[in-house]
Design a protein around this ligand. Sequence first.
Ligand SMILES: Nc1ncnc2c1ncn2[C@@H]1O[C@H](COP(=O)(O)O)[C@@H](OP(=O)(O)O)[C@H]1O
Ligand SMILES: [Mg+2]
Length: 316
Amino acid sequence: MIEDKPMPDEMPINDAAVESATVAESIVESPAVLKADQSIQLLVELVKNVNHLLCEFYQDYQQNQVLQISNKADKSPVTEADMAAHHLIEQGLKKINPLIPVLSEESSDYKLRFDWHEFWLVDPLDGTREFINQTGEFTVNIALIHHGVVQLAIIGIPTLKRIYLTRKNQPLYRIDEAGDSLLWQEIQPKPVNLSSWQIAISRRSEWKVYQQFKQVLHDRQQTFDCKNAGSAYKFCLMLEGEIDVYPRFHPTSEWDTAAGQGLLEAIGGGVYDLQGRPFAYNQRHDLLNGHFMAVRQNDFLPSALQVAQETLKALT
Ligand SMILES: Nc1ncnc2c1ncn2[C@@H]1O[C@H](COP(=O)(O)O)[C@@H](OP(=O)(O)O)[C@H]1O
Ligand SMILES: [Mg+2]
């Protein structure tokens, strides 16, 4: 049980950080202000370092084909890169605030999670199969959850040396490495064209259900294009306006979606169950998510949910 903890948008690491976090909290509109928050700086630095670490493993693997890979109990692969990223993130988050617990895909110690009203939800290497298959579409996902809601979201794309970051009710930032410095840019939502949908589908989606989803779109005369992509990289394509709708009918876990959801919400979209409710975290005994519909802008949601319902109905 965590007591006397700071609110999530403060996250002080020490007295100086308390001061800067409080200032940052009151004026939140410009990157200069968000950047001035010491805990945000540390978080961005941490994800930058994890991006670098994963790139080193990735380049080594590409050049020498050397990578320790094993299978988890659920038969999904885990590599030495997943574990190294996990340890680095866990240490880094503890430095930012030792009182906030960490629930990582690779941690074993989260039996007390129902006592946590605030915690970090982490996928240190999302897209392990993409890493192994060398598509480059793997990410680092970190979300701060407060009473089930994403308060702070960050995704790193190691192969692009890029980070996306937001804090609840604040703008979305793209942070690119430019030499030794970091270039922060606020991302404005791209215009919406409801008459033609750009759709993302997982690379591992041979399932009949996605064929049926496309069939329903055809039947409704909805123009669309599909793009296959891996991991939370799909959410990042949505942030850039390249993808509008991401339907998911096969499993994910809570650490796969939390950061992506927080980032999408910053541009007027989100991740919803098929009844249209935003995902909430750490509310159930199972960490597996159900089906979902992710949209980059909520205008897509009503029709996308109808297509999903018709898809499932046609298959029953
Ligand atoms: N059968 C299954 N059960 C649970 N999660 C699954 C799954 N199949 C895929 N996933 C999740 O989907 C993620 C990959 O997404 P995608 O298939 O869209 O690329 C995986 O992330 P990890 O690589 O972190 O394990 C994994 O968490
Ligand atoms: Mg994952």
